[in-house]
Design a protein around this ligand. Structure first.
Ligand code: DGY
Length: 319
């Protein structure tokens, strides 16, 4: 008898066929309130599941006694309770590596567009407001030569640091659970305390996974320690930041601006004050969202899942 798989994100055709040829598959392009009960029912007999962008609760998994592996099409695993996976002996696979460069590109897009007010001023041109040569009211701030502060220095942090060092001549400060001597050698990066980083960086870039230890670790105290000219960048997870404190810091100019790809609640509610602030560039969680990268992530997630279900070594296990 074929093993059963639940897919809860639309997959490219070739990958869908790969799964279909080996498993008995239940397909959900996405899970909404309308099909949530069907999704939970499908899990009851599933051996594997694959998808993204959906918090998977322990209650959902309690009803899935046959489950061996969940394969998420993301590097982040904050949609799962890792302790529950450990206790039940379930595998949780994810997709590190393949999205590093695309995500670092997005972070650099946020750095540049916030500093140079690209989105705001492109809107000004499109609105027909460009009537003469621009003046100080439209000036931004330099990126090249400014100090980049990275809170977290994993794969994506290092890729951002490479761009900053080689492309923009930026001195790099970083804070991490442990120093990264390779990055220090290669990129002249300097390991500093979080406090020193916040006080000295022109761009404070959050590069951490969301865990119970990092949840809301950046709040009013941290924004208060940044330079008034600092730009805050977050493309990791919104819940690492106290968003109300960020909004206050932007409104009262405690910091200069923010480039954000992630939010406490996604999609960002239309009534969020962040949408009314001209010193904010807000993106719809596009970190890894290129055709090539999303395909590579889906391929890796399918490979992880198949390996787990065949009882072979799984290339990328988070748990
Ligand atoms: C990831 O891979 O974790 C991205 O943030 C997409 O969720």
């Amino acid at each position: 008898m074929k093993q059963r798989v639940v897919v809860y994100k639309k997959l490219p055709e070739a990958l869908a066929q790969r799964l279909q040829s080996e498993f008995d598959v239940s397909w959900f392009d996405r899970v909404t309130e309308a099909n949530r009960a069907d999704f939970i029912a499908a899990l009851k007999t599933a051996h594997g599941m694959i998808g993204a962008s959906l918090p998977i609760t322990n209650a959902m998994l309690e009803g899935a006694p046959e489950l061996k592996i969940a394969s998420t099409i993301s590097v982040g695993v904050d949609n799962f309770d890792l302790e529950y996976f450990r206790q039940r002996g379930l595998m949780l696979a994810h997709t590190p590596g393949v999205l590093t460069e695309a995500t670092a590109d997005t972070i650099f897009a946020l750095i540049l567009s916030t500093a140079r007010r690209v989105v705001e001023l492109a809107g000004y041109v499109k609105a027909g407001q460009w009537k003469g040569s621009i003046g100080e009211a439209q000036f931004g701030v330099n990126v090249h030569g400014k100090t980049l502060g990275l809170i977290g220095m994993g794969r994506i942090g290092s890729a951002v640091a490479r761009r900053a060092h080689h492309g923009f001549g930026m001195p790099i400060l970083y804070h991490n659970t442990r120093p990264n001597p390779e990055t220090e050698r290669e990129l002249d990066a300097r390991y500093v305390s979080k406090e020193e980083l916040l006080a000295q960086a022109d761009f404070v870039c959050l590069m951490l996974p969301l865990t119970p230890a990092t949840e809301r670790m950046i709040g009013a105290r941290e924004f208060g320690m940044m330079k008034r000219s600092a730009i805050f960048i977050n493309a990791s997870r919104g819940r690492i930041v106290d968003e109300a404190a960020l909004i206050r810091a932007l409104q009262d100019k405690t910091i200069y601006g923010a480039g954000l790809d992630v939010f406490e609640v996604e999609p960002l509610p239309v009534e969020s004050p962040l949408l009314t602030l001209s010193n904010v560039v807000a993106l719809p969680h596009i970190g890894s969202a290129t055709h090539e990268t999303r395909l590579a992530m889906a391929e890796l997630a399918v490979t992880n899942l198949i390996a787990g279900l065949r009882g072979e070594p799984v290339p990328h296990l988070a748990v």
